[in-house]
Write a protein that binds this ligand. Structure first.
Ligand SMILES: Nc1nc2c(ncn2[C@@H]2O[C@H](COP(=O)(O)OP(=O)(O)OP(=O)(O)O)[C@@H](O)[C@H]2O)c(=O)[nH]1
Ligand SMILES: [Mg+2]
Ligand SMILES: [Zn+2]
Length: 332
């Protein structure tokens, strides 16, 4: 898979050990008092598209940022020609601290984390009910990645015209994951409601209908839509992540709503994820697990795991523990 947008400098930044800079830190650095702040909406071969107010500004990364990655969703300070006029090029001089970072590794043994999207607060796990068939392993992995990053999940089941969603809903409801179901012509208002005021990143296998949804939600988005190939493997249609603004609701007083469409993923490595961070995402489970023996892994084979005791005394629904453990099994 490829996040074309974040290749190049991003991969370098994480593939090589960091060298200590010998340059003095702030000396010689100009004061960027007149810098403007914008959001990176897409990255393409070292060029960043930054939205400043309503201007779509193309920028490069200032040298002093070195190998520091700039990714979609980043809030950045920009100097130079920020008019957004054709042919102009501005410069990103600073990346603001990220509220969240969605990361993945290439596989579970890969020590290098790839940040995908910054500052998202909702992870929309897009899964087709058929064509390509749903894979709970992938859903579980994405849930884990979301909980680890502090980004709340939403499961969006597409292609309900081809297969029924009941089984999947039954599997994820016990975890408290909200679910939306879509099909061509479906009323998208309930989904819109869940997206309102959030920065939602759409993630899932290629061909599940991420871009189709984005197009349906945003008039004029015109994201390319692909055919699902007969082998089910699918060609990757979207090649880089892009953030798009949702039209405001009429009564809107809330913050802006954004959706970030990403290219399909084949796998989602989780070597960076720690078990206790996932547990921490579930208040009730975390409270129960305070009574676990030290170092408890909270899985089926953990002796005296307090979660088992809670099921035994009726405090915790068995289906919820089962869902949680299955999901945990996809982490480390
Ligand atoms: N039957 C049916 N087909 C759908 C639905 N949603 C999307 N499709 C079709 O699924 C195919 C893939 O859709 P895309 O939106 O390109 O999928 P994607 O997830 O963006 O794929 P990548 O960009 O490769 O990650 C297209 O042929 C869509 O028309 C749906 O609800 N029902
Ligand atoms: Mg797409
Ligand atoms: Zn335990």
């Amino acid at each position: 898979m490829s996040y074309a947008g974040s290749r190049g400098d991003e991969y370098e930044a994480f593939d090589r050990p960091r060298r200590r800079s010998t340059r003095p830190r702030t000396k010689d650095r100009p004061d960027y008092a007149d810098a403007e702040t914008g959001m990176v909406i897409t990255v393409d071969r070292g060029r960043y598209r930054v939205l400043i107010d309503d201007r779509d500004v193309t920028a490069t990364k200032a040298r002093q940022l070195g190998r520091k990655g700039v990714i979609v969703g980043d809030l950045v300070k920009v100097v130079g020609d920020t008019s957004g006029a054709e042919g102009t090029l501005a410069r990103i001089v600073e990346v603001e601290v990220r509220a969240t970072v969605l990361r993945r590794t290439a596989d579970d043994d890969d020590p290098y984390e790839r940040p995908i999207v910054a500052n998202a607060d909702q992870l929309v796990i897009v899964t087709a009910l058929a064509d390509p068939p749903p894979r709970v392993g992938m859903i579980d992995r994405l849930l884990v990645a979301g909980y680890d990053a502090g980004i709340r999940p939403l499961l969006c089941l597409t292609k309900a015209d081809l297969a029924a969603p009941d089984e999947l809903i039954a599997q994820y409801e016990p975890l408290g994951v909200p679910v939306e179901v879509t099909f061509p012509g479906a009323d998208l208002d309930p989904l819109r409601e869940r997206l309102r005021g959030h920065r939602s990143v759409f993630v899932g296998h290629s061909g599940v209908g991420k871009s189709t949804l984005v197009n349906a939600l945003i008039p004029g988005a015109r994201r390319a839509i692909g055919e699902v190939s007969a082998t089910g493997r699918g060609r990757h249609i979207s090649s880089s992540a892009i953030a798009l603004r949702l039209p405001d609701a009429e009564d809107s007083s809330s913050r802006q709503s954004w959706v970030i469409d990403t290219p399909g993923v084949r796998s989602f490595g989780l070597s960076h994820v720690r078990r206790n961070r996932i547990l921490a995402a579930f208040d009730d489970l975390r409270a129960i697990a305070e009574n676990c023996p030290r170092g408890c892994r909270h899985d089926d084979a953990s002796p005296e795991c307090a979660l088992d005791a809670a099921v035994a005394n009726g405090e915790l629904a068995p289906a919820r523990l089962e869902s949680f453990r299955r999901m945990l099994g996809s982490g480390q």
